[in-house]
Design a protein around this ligand. Structure first.
Ligand code: MOS
Length: 716
């Protein structure tokens, strides 16, 4: 086995720093709310105070007369959004999650019912406080466990079966347990924000927090029936998103409607409270897992049921049961996934969507099984190691998960772990170790890159892609630097602008594989163009600047388009992770302290060591938040979130997080793309919550199956 130390990326690791790091830490990087077009006005949304029903009257008079207020927009006076209107008498599905200011219907608490626009933010906020609505109130339901019997299968596949159904029941060793992942809200530092401006009657510009400028451009063109090229989307810097900016939301449409009314640019920034109702969340999900095994730890059957919440007006589906179908070699697996429609806003994808939820249940249940078998949890996983894709039977494009287990176990000091729970105490704290793994599909989609070499030897790369924080530009510059044989300082990567060459939305851990492949190929194409110029006898890495001057050319450029999905027909492609956690549990107070974390990613070749480390550490912290703190709580009497602020909704802070070590197998995948790189965004979080829960059990003997693991659930 390769020595672990070679693969550790400590905090002071070598590797290039972020190309935009200085801009970000000095405040020079501009986020969507920070632009100041001439005549800028400010919008503030008014939210519904009921959870279900309809607006019977809305009084906007006082707001309209308040100082500085330019417009008060409601469903009664809003200009129609053409893309929301019925076609051929049939209603069209909403592009903006629901149709804002469309009619008097209320679907969830906090739903925007009015937009007040004023010459300053404060005056808009005051105006918004004066809007008064009367409602007809219907009985609402916001509680999933009480309404699970109303679940329905999502369109398409809700069930899966291979082998015998419920085969676990006949096994000599078995576990059957229920698990809860509560609603968890994306809370990136940057609030969702948009500045919308109509440059002409049929021309729209927005500065908008989005994970995909091209996707936003298309949605807005569709909604406002504009030619796509007449919609300009800017999103040069994004201060985190985790999935919340993967689609177009009602506040974006509201700001654009507002700009149409006041004929001026309108800035609309969601409040932190709005973040809980306006841009999706990880849906509350109930799960039941049953696993059967032989005495030597061979899995004989897995049954996995899940019920996730969605809204009453839209079905959001993800794949929480997928991990049970794919993670281990097990001949008999059956799964069922249902949705429960509640009177809440639609959920959305959140880092590791589906898998993060499913792996908490599966990897907790497997840990429980390891105790009944009296078998080391790593050994249990190795005994059920999938050498080929359990679902399709296809070979993996690459899988080094067994090496990842070894790296992580060595690094955390797994040999110190005692199988007997609550058996180790140090300085009054119970000490325990836990581990759990994750997987996520390794995807690749098409992308286009423009690459232009200038006479000063500098290279400009352009792509519409957004960077929500992982350091996409940095990775792209590193790929180009290696391919062109020029220093990174000579390369500029322009992005986050819908007028740039096509790129996919940043999501699904696929950006480096997708856009990186285009950068790689664009560099190859550009080099070939230089070779043609030079003719025979050229070297592989010519002096580009000199060649341009010799040929009297100001620059040489290529536009390269690459396709997606290669290898998907023949191979199963995944990234893999395993998380090892050491915790301290205070037996009197139930406080859980994370003592040490080692996260190992099998995500192919590592292109940018520093940003890869950040990516993994960030995911692990997200997983710790999910495990110990994060829960968006609704008071079901009113259908309203009661902890929609950073005082009450807890996320990990520095004091909660010890040194987290990110380790990489760092072996290229020979199939997915020329760099051999696979995604690591989702796998950094997937499995982490179970690893913490498993460590808490090992330390304290307390098995917590409903997240988050707050002290009250751990106290003796
Ligand atoms: Mo991610 S949930 O694909 O932003």
């Amino acid at each position: 086995m390769k020595k672990a130390i070679d693969s550790i990326m400590p905090s002071s690791s070598a590797g290039m720093s972020r190309i935009d790091g200085r801009l970000k830490v000095t405040g020079a990087a501009k986020y969507s709310a920070e632009y100041t077009p001439a005549g800028l006005t400010y919008g503030v949304l008014v939210g519904s105070t009921i959870t279900k029903g309809s607006i019977t009257s809305i009084d906007t008079k006082a707001a309209g007369q308040a100082p500085g207020v330019l417009a008060v927009i409601t469903h009664l006076n809003a200009p129609k959004v053409p893309g929301d209107q019925p076609e051929g008498g049939k209603p069209v599905p909403p592009k903006g999650a629901f149709k804002v200011f469309y009619d008097d219907k209320i679907y969830y608490n906090g739903q925007p019912i009015a937009l007040v626009i004023a010459d300053t933010f404060e005056r808009a906020l005051f105006g918004a406080s004066l809007v008064k609505a009367q409602y007809h109130t219907d009985k609402h339901i916001t509680n999933l466990p009480d309404n699970r019997s109303n679940g329905f299968p999502p369109r398409g596949e809700g069930t899966y079966k291979r082998g015998t159904e419920d085969a676990w029941k006949a096994a000599p060793f078995k576990v059957e347990q229920e698990y809860i992942v509560p609603t968890v809200t994306h809370n990136p530092m940057e609030l969702h924000a948009i500045i919308a401006n109509w440059d002409a009657d049929n021309k729209l510009s927005v500065w908008d927090k989005t994970q995909g400028v091209k996707g936003t451009q298309e949605d807005l063109a569709h909604l406002f029936k504009l030619p796509v090229e007449n919609v300009q989307v800017h999103s040069q810097f994004v201060g985190g998103a985790f999935g919340s900016a993967l689609r177009t939301w009602p506040h974006e449409v509201a700001a654009i409607i507002g700009a149409k009314v006041v004929k001026k640019p309108v800035k609309l920034v969601l409040s932190r409270a709005d973040m809980f109702t306006s841009v999706g969340y990880r849906p509350f999900t109930w799960q039941k897992i049953a696993i059967g095994a032989t005495a030597d730890g061979k899995l004989t059957g897995i049954t996995h049921e899940a019920a996730g919440q969605t809204s009453s007006y839209e079905n959001f589906t993800e794949g929480p049961t997928g991990v049970s179908q794919n993670l281990y070699a097990c001949p008999n697996v059956n799964t069922k996934y249902h949705l429960v429609a509640l009177d809440i806003a639609t959920p959305t994808w959140m880092r590791g969507p589906g898998e993060a939820t499913g792996s908490f249940a599966l990897e907790s249940a497997l840990d429980e099984l390891s105790y009944s078998l009296k078998l080391d949890p790593v050994e249990l996983r190795l005994r059920n190691y999938a050498e080929k894709d359990p679902e399709s039977g296809k070979p993996f494009s690459s899988k080094f998960l067994n090496e990842a287990y070894q790296l992580g176990a060595d690094h955390i000091g797994w040999s110190e772990r005692k199988q007997e729970p609550a058996s180790v105490k140090k300085d009054g704290w119970l000490v325990g170790y836990g581990m759990a793994g994750g997987m996520f599909g390794a995807y690749r989609s098409g992308a286009t890159i423009r690459a232009k070499m200038n006479t000063d030897g500098s290279l400009l790369l352009q792509s519409a892609v957004s960077d929500i924080g992982p350091g996409t530009g940095t990775a792209m510059v590193l790929i180009a630097s290696e391919q062109m044989g020029i220093p990174a300082e000579k390369i500029r990567f322009e992005m986050g602008d819908s007028s740039l060459p096509n790129a996919p939305t940043q999501g699904g851990s696929a950006t480096t594989a997708s856009v990186g492949s285009a950068v790689y190929q664009a560099c190859a194409d550009l080099k070939e163009k230089f070779q043609k110029l030079i003719g025979n006898g050229g070297t592989d890495k010519p002096d580009y600047a000199k060649v341009l001057k010799e040929h009297n050319l100001p620059s040489l450029e290529v536009v390269t388009e690459t396709g997606g999905g290669n290898g998907m027909e023949k191979y199963a492609m995944n990234s893999w992770s395993v998380h090892f956690v050491k915790v301290l549990v205070n037996p009197a107070t139930g406080v859980v302290k994370i003592d040490k974390v080692a996260c190992v990613a099998d995500s192919g070749h590592i292109i940018s060591p520093k940003t890869a480390r950040s990516q993994v550490v960030g995911g692990a912290i997200g997983g710790i938040g999910m495990a110990l703190m994060e829960e968006s709580i609704i008071d079901h009497r009113y259908g309203r979130y009661i902890n929609n602020n950073f005082a009450d909704y807890h996320v990990p802070v520095n004091a909660d997080i010890p040194q987290i070590d990110a380790l990489f197998v760092n072996k290229p995948d020979p199939i997915i793309n020329p760099m051999g790189a696979k995604g690591m965004a989702e796998i950094a979080l997937i499995g982490m919550a179970a690893a913490v829960a498993n460590a808490v059990y090992n330390a304290s003997g307390k098995r917590v199956r409903d997240l988050p693991i707050t002290p009250d659930k751990v106290m003796a």
